[in-house]
Design a protein around this ligand. Structure first.
Ligand code: PGA
Length: 306
């Protein structure tokens, strides 16, 4: 099957990267202030819809290689004073080294996520962060399968599926990222790629109760080239259809599917109006507290539209 709606490549005029290429050089030279390996705070959120959880989910991915304790303190202060719609789950995902700082000063209204975790029980895996450690710091979630983990670090579908299974078994919620590269979309392989990534999660996990699927087209991440509401909705519908066919009707109807890739305060409301977009995974735009609050609150625009 093929997604058909992408006609133009990213224009690269946006928030962070000026090229969609995910080679290491491109990442290191073009990543934005708030992104990539060092990104300081990554937020995830999702919203309500008629047949799914009454709560949306919005996650925040934040301050990047120039993030500091001071810049994170400012962001936390903005988030603590923001007015957030009640029926949206809000999650921030700081770089590991700042989790403790965030946990000790962020309102309990907002949950905390790791940006990655080790595939099994913690042990002698130098440089890795275990699920047990994330829990010890107060994390409730972990983001797995982010495109940078897949395409920069080289993690494979099966390995990511195993990570999800382990994190779930230890009680963390999983934000399970999927998404196609530009050349895959242009070759008509969007659905094939997304379904293969979904299958790896499905093959590994015993339950979808604590999974939020994040559809993040790689060409939209950090590029300023957001998917149109129709492009995103098309894939979200396909993902839900895949879950219905391959997992169960109940899982398909209950699982929240959020969109990520150049979401900002100006485009989130239109995206959120789409029936199958249940929230967002936000990178660059999450680094400004007020804009992130706008995105969180836009998740309820479906209700207004309904
Ligand atoms: P972006 O990042 O919102 O800056 O495109 C999304 C992500 O990194 O997941």
């Amino acid at each position: 099957m093929a997604a058909t709606s992408l006609t133009a490549p990213p224009s690269f005029s946006g928030l962070r990267r000026i090229s969609p290429k995910l080679d290491a050089a491109a990442v290191s030279s073009h990543q934005s202030f708030f992104h990539r390996v060092n990104s300081s705070t990554r937020l995830v959120s999702s919203s309500s819809s008629s047949h799914r959880s009454p709560r949306g989910v919005v996650a925040m991915a934040g301050s990047g290689k120039n993030g500091t304790k001071d810049s994170i303190a400012k962001l936390i202060s903005d988030l603590n004073s923001a007015t957030l719609e009640a029926d949206v789950d809000v999650v921030v995902s700081p770089p590991f080294v700042y989790i403790d700082q965030v946990k000790s000063s962020l309102t309990d209204r907002i949950d905390i996520s790791g940006q990655n975790s080790w595939v099994g029980k913690g042990g002698a895996f130098t440089g890795e962060i275990s699920v047990e450690q994330l829990k010890d710091l107060g994390c409730k979630w972990v983001i797995l399968g982010h495109s940078e983990r897949r395409h920069v670090i080289g993690e494979k579908d099966e390995f990511i599926g195993k990570k999800a299974a382990y994190a779930l078994s230890e009680g963390l919620g999983v934000i399970a990222c999927i998404g196609e590269k530009l050349e895959e979309r242009e070759a008509g392989k969007t659905f094939d790629v997304c379904f293969a990534q979904l299958k790896a999660f499905a093959d590994a996990v015993p339950s979808w109760d604590n999974i939020v699927v994040a559809y993040e087209p790689v060409w939209a991440i950090g590029t300023g080239k957001v998917a149109s509401p129709q492009q995103a909705q098309e894939v979200h519908v396909a993902v839900r259809g895949w879950l219905k066919k391959n997992v169960s009707e109940e899982v398909a109807s209950k699982t929240r599917i959020i969109y990520g890739g150049s979401v900002n305060g100006g485009n989130s409301a239109e995206l959120a109006k789409e029936e199958d977009i249940d929230g967002f995974l936000v990178g660059g735009a999450s680094l400004k507290g007020p804009e992130f609050a706008t995105i969180v609150n836009s998740v309820t625009s479906k209700k207004v539209a309904a």
